[in-house]
Design a protein around this ligand. Structure first.
Ligand code: NAD
Ligand code: DAU
Length: 357
């Protein structure tokens, strides 16, 4: 059996592929365009492993996706590929509309004729699993109840608007064409291989380099944090036993202000790799706020817990300690990402296979 993953060289996608292949002998076909955020180095441990078939390509390329479906006949497609960074979406929304909206549309339209032609048991068994975000629900006040699956969509950034559009497309392809879809809306992930443009890895990397730790606005914006392998386990559960057409919210019940996050990172670094100049806290700098910065996200994950018995394995305390330690142990990964040298590694190790389907 085979699964087709899009965006499997990104942060969550690569964690998912590694996690999946730790517990399964199924082949994973990994379609990724290798944008700045895609890093095959994350999957170096799978080098030479026949269960991982990497294909460099764009989800907008219908001919390519169609041929992958015909060749590999996957029992499921897990759609991670996206432009994912809110700040980038503010400065350049075009790529977000193309990949997140048009790309999801192209993927659905590539899958539909192939799926329709399957025999009835394969057709029934197939799943299109769309990986999405809590940001589609908008922003909460401090006293509001956490987002549940029926919360109205109120996206506020170009990124979240593009993800909201993709969620709606997936929903429509189920209701209109009967495509067996599943959607998960997850809160902020953190952990290994997180690109150092996002809050937690940026703070770790900057602190170690003695650079400023920029906190937007007053630093009291709240996010709910989930260790990435817990997101992977939630996706596995939903894929295996989720009800077709349903949406499942995924979260860690770990609401933290950005100040708390940065202070926790500094405290862990002070313990694990003491700052020669005293404490990394000295580097904290409050900077201009992100335009339209959502104040609070919080996820009500009770549906997933109740229906599928899913629980996160990590607490925030265990997950953040592992994460800080991972970055301390993988300074070569950070250096390569920052210098872009991982692209040379891909060329040397994957060569033509990375350049063609
Ligand atoms: P990421 O930016 O780290 O990785 C995205 C991957 O998609 C990269 O490997 C990139 O090369 C690939 N990609 C981009 N455009 C592509 C295209 N047109 N065709 C093929 N591949 C393309 O993102 P991430 O943080 O791993 O997020 C993965 C998914 O999870 C996204 O859909 C995101 O919206 C969602 N999500 C992320 C978080 C989070 O905290 N990071 C939380 C909830 C949901
Ligand atoms: O909620 C899920 C979302 O989480 C995902 O859908 C997105 O793909 C993912 O990027 C993430 O979005 P955020 O905008 O919440 O993540 P980011 O790490 O960019 O920022 C987290 C918080 O930290 C946010 O309130 C902005 C703030 N921040 C961020 C950066 C990069 C700072 O204060 N300083 C910074 O330098």
């Amino acid at each position: 059996m085979t699964i087709l993953v899009t965006g499997g060289a990104g942060f969550i996608g690569s964690n998912f592929v590694l996690d999946w292949l730790r517990g399964s002998d199924e082949t994973v076909v990994n379609l990724d365009a290798l944008t700045y955020a895609g890093n095959l180095r994350n999957l170096a441990s799978l080098q030479g492993d026949a269960r991982h078939v990497f294909v460099k390509g764009d989800i907008c390329d219908r001919a390519l996706v169609g041929s992958l479906l015909q060749t590999h006949q996957p029992r499921a497609l897990l759609h991670f590929a996206a432009e994912s960074h809110v700040d980038r979406s503010i400065h350049g929304p075009g790529d977000f509309m193309r990949t997140n909206v048009e790309g999801t549309f192209a993927l659905l339209e590539s899958v539909r004729p192939w799926w329709l032609a399957l025999d009835s048991s394969a057709k029934e068994a197939f799943r299109f699993h769309h990986v999405s975000t809590d940001e589609v629900y908008g922003s909460l006040g401090m006293d509001d109840a956490a987002f549940h699956e029926a919360h109205p969509y109120q996206p506020n950034s170009p990124y979240s608007a593009s993800k909201a559009a993709s969620d709606h497309l997936v929903r429509a392809w189920h209701h209109t064409y009967g495509l067996p879809v599943l959607t998960t809306n997850c809160s902020n992930n953190y952990g290994p291989y997180h690109f150092p443009e996002k809050l937690i890895p940026l703070m770790i990397v900057n602190a170690l380099a003695g650079k400023a730790l920029p906190i937007y606005g007053d630093g009291l914006n709240v996010r709910d944090w989930l260790y990435v392998t817990d997101h992977c386990s939630a996706i596995r559960e939903v894929l295996a036993r989720g009800r077709v057409g349903e949406v499942y919210n995924v979260g860690g019940w770990n609401e933290k202000t950005n100040r708390e996050i940065v202070e926790t990172v500094c405290a862990l670094l002070d313990e694990l790799k003491p700052d020669p100049a005293g404490s990394y806290r000295r580097l904290i700098t409050f900077v201009k706020d992100r335009p339209g910065h959502d104040r609070r996200y919080a996820i009500d994950a009770r549906k997933l817990e109740r229906e599928l018995g899913w629980r996160p394995a990590e607490t925030f305390e265990t997950g953040i300690r592992k994460t800080v330690q991972w970055y301390l142990d993988h300074t070569d990964w950070v250096t390569e990402v920052q210098s872009g040298a991982y692209r040379d590694w891909v060329q040397a190790n994957y060569g033509e296979r990375a350049a063609t389907a």
